[in-house]
Design a protein around this ligand. Structure first.
Ligand code: SF4
Ligand code: SF4
Length: 190
């Protein structure tokens, strides 16, 4: 049984089994492509609403990678970034006058999947076909994200014999997708 924090176990798993994780990498690559594909539509709308925002969502020091984010980051061999502990009401260290300095595909999912009311309203007010295309892509990304975690949990258990990660990752991914606890067993290999 491996030791260390869950974060360390995820990193060690990817480093130790690079040849056996192709299916996880394939899903992560699709997610990355999907995030890049929807970025222009999101940014078209953040350019409209964010400059006048009175309560910028990148304040508050809440940005950090979830455990699922680390699966995605390690699968793609991306360089993770360190989030210094920001002041409770201070800006994220990656916030610049031009917006976030991180590529969208490297931002924590809490940043990528957060759409405030004005931003959502702005997106919905775009031509219907563009909004529908965005909405469909977002749903596809949620499915892919859940698939990534399922695949990772299954492969992790197969290779290490440990099931502990499944429960932990399932909990956080379900909270992200808004799925009630009682329904987790419908979608996850518990
Ligand atoms: S996304 Fe919404 S809350 Fe965040 S800075 Fe833009 S307008 Fe403000
Ligand atoms: S990482 Fe980027 S999007 Fe996320 S809180 Fe920081 S500046 Fe905002």
């Amino acid at each position: 049984m491996s030791t260390g924090t869950i974060e360390q176990k995820i990193g060690t798993f990817f480093q130790s089994h690079p040849g056996e994780l192709g299916s996880i990498v394939t899903i992560a690559e699709k997610i990355q492509a999907g995030i890049r594909a929807i970025a222009p539509f999101i940014e078209q709308n953040t350019a409209l609403v964010c400059p006048d925002c009175a309560r910028v969502c990148c304040s508050g020091g809440h940005a950090a990678y979830s455990l699922e984010d680390l699966v995605y980051v390690h699968a793609l061999r991306l360089q993770t970034v360190e989030y210094e502990k920001a002041e409770a009401d201070g800006p994220c260290p990656f916030l610049s006058t031009g917006g976030c300095r991180l590529g969208r595909d490297l931002r924590p999912s809490g940043c990528n999947w957060y759409f405030c009311g004005p931003l959502y309203d702005s997106m919905e007010s775009q031509p219907a076909d563009r909004y529908r295309e965005f909405d469909d892509s977002l749903k596809d990304l949620v499915e892919l994200w859940m698939g990534l975690i399922r695949e990772f949990a299954g492969r992790y258990q197969e290779v290490t014999g440990e099931a502990m990660l499944i429960t932990d990752l399932a909990g956080t991914s379900c909270r992200k997708a808004g799925i009630p606890e009682g329904r987790r067993e419908d979608i996850l290999p518990l």
